[in-house]
Each structure stands twice: as structure tokens, then as C-alpha cells.
Ligand binder design. Structure first.
Ligand code: GLP
Length: 241
């Protein structure tokens, strides 16, 4: 595990955007694993800037997002489909038919999870996976006690995760209780993983992730077992290391 610590959030975001742009420069048709959350917005801002400057194209890439809430239609303002269109896809040359997220509004979410897992495998698995870090150690929506070898499936969100994400919804009760998420095993099959975390609120969990022990109590700790993972932190998130 390579751990990079930057003085500021801006410098950490520059680093992650640079790693993704480098991958696309060397492998324009890369299969990208994309993430949502407040932290990733700073990375997507920088990718848009690079695209507008003619420095980067996503025109040949494919992308698979980590997760989606069960029950939300793609045009729901709090869906991750909506987030990705607003924060990235509408502003770069990513082909809409090459950008995938799980569908949360299907009749059978278990079947949808299986379909999504098979689609990732059929694409040859993820080349570069971006990850944020939940305050409870989740990656994607793999909450504590998730199987460390899991595939894409439905997960019940913890109260703390629903509280952390309630800021995007009108009311806490509107936050869905279930999500479809790539599994930890799915994520671990990626060729390369880059995780970004900011702020004091992530300091304790970043230390658990990096210093171990490896445990389903902190799902992100499994990343210690990946052969090519870069953890990018600002100084505040690194303050408990
Ligand atoms: C959500 C997403 C995660 C993300 C996490 C962190 O729970 N499902 O993939 O890592 O938020 O979000 P933030 O960056 O807003 O702290």
C-alpha cells in the first residue's frame, strides 16, 4: 500500500486526478471504476478542467460506478446516476452507452446486482478503481461485517451511513435503507486502486485502514492485501497515523 499525504485537499485531489489522467493517456480504453460522495467532487472538477484544456479524453473509456441506492430512479436528484451526470458525465466526452451504474429502480434488485457483477467481469474487470472512504470504514456501500470476498449485491445501510448521507436528502427518513454495491471481492479484482480521503473526520478510520488489523469490522482494511493500491490523504486525514 502506497500512502501519499498532501498538505491540502486541493493538492490531494490534483494527485488523484493526475493518476486517472495518466492511466487514460496510456490506456485510452481503460475500464474505470468510479465513486460518488463529497470527496470525489474535487477529483471530477479537475478532470473536467483537464478535459476542457484538451489534456484528457474519456471518449474511449468505459466506467462502472460502485453503487446505487435501491428504489431511486436514475433521474432522482439523490441517485448516483444523477450525481455522475451532474458532476462528471455531462461535462466530458464519456460515451453514455459506456458509462454504467447499477439500476436502483428495478423490480428485482438481486437479479440486477448479479447482472452488474457479470457485466464488470465481461468487461475484463476494472483497470483503475477510485474509492472514497466511509467514516465507518466502508468502501462502496460495503458496510462493516461485509464479506471480504463479496460480489455485487444488496447491502443494508447502517444508521451512521444513512446519517452521513442525509445531507443530500430532504429528510433522514428519505434516505434509502438498501443499496446495490460492488462487492469487496469485485473491487479487489481491479488492476489498480486509488483511495482518497480528506479531513479530521476520516483520520481514525484511515489509521485503521492503513495500520490494520485486516478485519471485516473495517472493510477498507482489506486494501492492505491489494498489490497496487495508492491511498491519498490530506494532512488532517493522516493525523492519526
Ligand atoms: C458514500 C459512497 C461511498 C463514499 C462515501 C464517502 O457512502 N457510497 O462510495 O466513499 O460516501 O463520502 P464522502 O466523500 O462524502 O465522505
Amino acid at each position: 500500500m502506497k500512502v501519499l499525504i498532501y498538505q491540502t485537499q486541493a493538492a490531494a485531489a490534483d494527485c488523484v486526478a493526475g493518476l486517472l489522467a495518466d492511466r487514460l493517456a496510456h490506456q485510452p480504453d481503460a475500464v474505470l471504476g468510479l465513486a460518488t460522495g463529497g470527496t470525489m467532487e474535487s477529483v471530477y472538477d479537475r478532470l473536467i478542467t483537464r478535459y476542457n484544456a484538451g489534456e484528457m479524453s474519456m471518449g474511449k473509456a468505459q466506467s462502472f460506478n460502485l453503487d446505487e441506492y435501491v428504489g431511486l430512479k436514475p433521474d432522482h436528484a439523490c441517485s448516483y446516476w444523477h450525481y455522475m451526470r451532474e458532476k462528471l458525465f455531462n461535462h466530458v466526452d464519456m460515451r453514455p452507452d459506456f458509462a454504467f451504474l447499477p439500476h436502483g429502480d428495478v423490480a428485482d434488485a438481486t437479479q440486477e446486482a448479479d447482472r452488474y457483477e457479470a457485466a464488470i467481469a465481461a468487461a475484463g474487470d476494472i483497470d483503475l478503481q477510485l474509492l472514497g472512504l466511509g467514516a465507518n470504514g466502508h468502501i462502496g456501500f460495503n458496510e462493516p461485517t461485509s464479506s471480504l470476498t463479496s460480489h455485487t449485491r444488496i447491502k443494508t445501510l447502517t444508521r451512521s451511513t444513512r446519517e452521513a448521507n442525509a445531507r443530500y436528502f430532504d429528510a433522514f427518513d428519505d434516505v434509502p435503507r438498501l443499496a446495490i454495491t460492488m462487492g469487496i471481492g469485485t473491487i479487489m479484482r481491479s488492476d489498480e486502486i486509488v483511495l482518497l480521503a480528506y479531513g479530521e473526520g476520516k483520520a481514525e478510520v484511515a489509521a485503521k485502514m492503513i495500520e490494520g488489523p485486516i478485519s471485516a469490522a473495517c472493510p477498507a482494511s482489506i486494501l492492505q492485501m491489494h498489490r497496487k493500491v495508492t491511498v491519498v490523504l490530506d494532512e488532517a486525514a493522516a493525523s492519526s497515523l
